[in-house]
Design a protein around this ligand. Structure first.
Ligand SMILES: Nc1nc2c(ncn2[C@@H]2O[C@H](COP(=O)(O)OP(=O)(O)OP(=O)(O)O)[C@@H](O)[C@H]2O)c(=O)[nH]1
Ligand SMILES: [Mg+2]
Ligand SMILES: [Zn+2]
Length: 309
């Protein structure tokens, strides 16, 4: 491990484990967990960030700076940008056999992950509810064909969930991402018994709104289950804008295009309508899934619309 960087005397560092608007919980390297607010209006910290903290006693502090991050997963549309988490090794995209999930959102999350150099895994949860299983599998087939692992499990089966996921989580920071109600917090509770994260059953009992988890939070798995495994739970999302990506970055989100890139007639081909396009030829020949190419087209259109205004 690298020695902690020292800044002007203070030099206490830590890791952001929870973010509530402009309030952050930081696990500091001196062993204390502090509630922190950012000093100044420099870039905002995200869960997973390493930060420099000026302690204000044992329980509070100010974030002085965010240390350089390996990656940051975020989404953005015309209105706003939302940070999911930083320094993530692995993205766990959670879908379920019920309620119905959006394969469009899964595709968008994958584009974000490929561009942030985060390896994705899709978890198909609630396989105990078998009615929706064939449809879910059919929707995930084009994604599985890319080589993205699809794990089928039931988060309610704690032992099986632990056996399937613990080896994949050991030594890594993984982010749970998905629409509301897919079972992210139920998965977390199976893996981190102390988390006691609220799940939809509880919030329905309380008559709360649709989204149960309202803030992003990092948890440590028990070392006996998976050493060095950190798992981040996040609120369900309904949109995944990718306006921060340019055309080349959007293409990077579609690894199935890569064998054909460089073989189009025009060097600046957008692979939408051009004659002599190798990607469109592969699409016509059935080597690229139509719904994947359609998503590519929508992302490019959103990019062009965003640039116009
Ligand atoms: N049958 C079945 N139900 C499950 C399973 N996993 C989760 N559920 C239920 O699905 C509902 C939603 O689960 P949550 O864990 O709250 O979902 P979430 O993805 O965290 O939702 P948000 O926090 O709103 O984003 C709850 O009622 C869970 O008990 C499963 O494997 N099988
Ligand atoms: Mg939740
Ligand atoms: Zn082309």
């Amino acid at each position: 491990m690298k020695p902690p960087r020292r800044a002007s005397g203070a030099g206490l560092q830590g890791r952001v484990v929870a973010a509530f608007g402009r309030h952050f919980t930081v696990e500091c390297d001196d062993g204390a967990t502090r509630q922190c607010y950012p000093r100044g209006k420099k870039g905002t910290a995200a869960v997973g960030d390493r930060v420099e903290v000026a302690p204000e006693g044992p329980a509070e502090g100010a974030i002085q700076s965010v240390l350089p991050r390996r990656n940051l997963l975020y989404r953005s549309d015309e209105m706003r940008t939302k940070q999911f988490a930083a320094n993530v090794d692995q993205l766990l995209i959670v879908v379920a056999t019920e309620p119905d999930f959006s394969d469009e959102l899964v595709g968008r999350a994958l584009v974000g992950a490929f561009n942030a150099d985060i390896s994705p895994i899709v978890i198909l949860n609630k396989v105990d509810r078998t009615a929706g299983l064939p449809t879910a599998r059919r929707k995930l087939a084009p994604i599985q064909a890319l080589g993205v692992p699809v794990l089928e499990l039931s988060a309610r089966d704690t032992a099986a969930t632990r056996a399937a996921l613990a080896p994949l989580l050991a030594g890594r920071t993984s982010l749970l991402l998905g629409q509301s109600g897919m079972g992210k917090s139920t998965l977390l509770n199976a893996l981190v018994p102390d988390a006691l994260a609220a799940t939809q059953e509880h919030s329905q009992a309380l008559g709360a709104g649709k989204h149960t988890t309202t803030s992003t939070r990092l948890y440590h798995l028990p070392a006996t289950l998976a050493a060095g495994a950190d798992l981040i739970d996040s609120p369900g999302f309904q949109a995944f804008g990718l306006q921060h990506l340019d055309g080349a970055q959007i293409v990077k989100g579609f690894p199935e295009f890569s064998p054909y890139l460089g073989h189009c007639r025009f060097y600046n081909c957008t692979h939408i309508h051009e004659p002599g396009c190798a990607v469109l030829q592969a699409l016509e020949a059935g080597r690229i899934a139509p719904q994947r190419h359609a998503l590519y087209g929508r992302l490019l259109e959103e990019l062009q619309l965003g640039q116009r205004y």
